[in-house]
Design a protein around this ligand. Sequence first.
Ligand code: GTP
Ligand code: SPV
Ligand code: MN
Length: 592
Amino acid sequence: MATAPQSFLPLSKISRSVAEWVASIQTLTQPEAVHWCEGSDAEYTSLIGELTATGELQKLNSESFPNCFLARSHPSDVARVEHLTFVCTTQREDAGPNNHWMAPAEAHARMRELFTGCMKGRTLYVIPYCMGPLDSPYSRCGVEITDSAYVAINMALMTRIGRPALERIVRDGDKFVKGLHSVGELDPNRRFIMHFPEELAIESFGSGYGGNALLGKKCHALRIASYQARTEGWLAEHMLIVGLQSPRGETHYIAAAFPSACGKTNLAMLIPPESMPGWKVFTVGDDIAWLHPGPDGRLYAINPEAGYFGVVPGTNPDTNRNAYDMIRRDTLFTNVALTAGNDPWWEGLDSGIPAIDWQGRPYDPKNGPAAHPNSRFTVSAKRNPGYSPEADGPRGVPISAIVFGGRRRGVAPLVYEARDWAHGVLVGASVASETTAAAVGESGVLRRDPMAMKPFCGYNFADYWSHWLETGKKLKAPPRVYHVNWFRRDAQGKFLWPGFGDNLRVLAWMLERCAGRGGMVETAIGQLPRPQDLDLRGLDLPKAALEELLSVDHDLWRKEALDMRTYLDAYGTRIPAALQSELSKLEARLAE
Ligand code: GTP
Ligand code: SPV
Ligand code: MN
């Protein structure tokens, strides 16, 4: 792949196909200026300067939060919009019942209308980016065109942008994902997030927020990548990747898929409880994993991202000291509140008093929370004190265990282990979770969210489960598969499990299982730890709470299996037989 860096060429001359595409979009959108992003610190600083001058960014208290800025979004543009997100495949069935679908020609026509002349008087930013380490064979590149400087600085923190990415595009034979984005008028009625997986293209209009606008993230690294991964024999998943070094000195990597705002960043940055000395935790990724069967028959993971777009509320020194410290410098905040001293403030902080709410109004509890529940921090992964050097390695890390999870007040126990890979695919496909503020719509509504990919799978879930089953067959040493639920509640609505750092107790059991040592009890839904199989030293957990956390109620689970059957019915005959048979086996075990 070695080619001499083309440092003497202006960016616009490095790839002819990128330049041609940019020119065509320039004609369509008619911007006043074109800015090719090189990805330097000086460029970042100058974009920040411009945004501060226009008031789009506000500098925060530079003593307590050096080099930190606040952005406020339009109040109607605060989260992903799943109802306006489409997968546009030629055949409707290829998108599946899990996606909104529009015929590609119709979608292109609609978007062309919206994009025509939409950048008049604005600057068009060209952001070449690489998802994954620049020298990894597993990485994939894209170019985002946007009229938002806020998007450009977020992409600079979240991905590897600029000249090296463009050079890699050339090495990849000019293959790249084309992502076109305009904030438009931020009108929710003129807002669409369109995906054309067959064309490796994304068209997003009318939102400047998160997954709607930072196209490298959910649009490329999950929806487009999952489609590509299926044809190329790998998996693109909504998973954190974390390395755990035990007191014995063994390091294992775990990949975990939880729905949005269900604990990925926190698990990826876990801080061991004091009563578990000798454990070390390293973050490889906090949101997305690209998984490849390796030459040794194990599954390897890379994190395609280079930064975190994390949930702010709830972050504090007790829940996660590292996350709290990480976002005290060089961080962009979006939609948090402010104290009178110009410090950022959010719900869950036990210090400071909110003076100005996320919309810039004097704080009044009558208006709801001070920080928006989906307020976010954007920060380079390099700022994470637990950042794993392996995250920059080209081969990725071998995965010992895959964990699925959801936010459920009942039914799902603290943890259980799948019997084998095929059963694990059913366990992943059965994930159900209460909705959160990460997407527009009502929060707290239980819905099926298979593999935490409901909003992110770029093709028919039935084909996706087949692909998961096939991938398992390629692995000589497949990861063990688990399901966890940190969010089980008691009758008073209180969380039964302390969560956060104490989740290591559950992960440690998984690693004991992987090493062939951990004890368990066989149940109808899979293997559960007995109380004595968990390291609970130093934890003040009532016996009754532990019993409830580790209980499997057959009546509730029979209902659960029935609900899963109804859910699968929507996918008809496309469902892999092995998945149906796993569900039948579960039903049989529950009937005993
Ligand atoms: P996305 O960035 O939307 O994909 O979210 P995420 O899955 O990375 O979730 P994150 O770790 O940011 O946590 C979301 C919310 O859940 C935050 O308010 C956390 O404080 C809270 N949370 C995370 N882990 C736990 C846990 O183990 N127990 C409890 N009770 N809350 C948790
Ligand atoms: C999620 O919703 O899963 C996120 C935030 O990680 S966003 O980037 O907006 O998709
Ligand atoms: Mn996410």
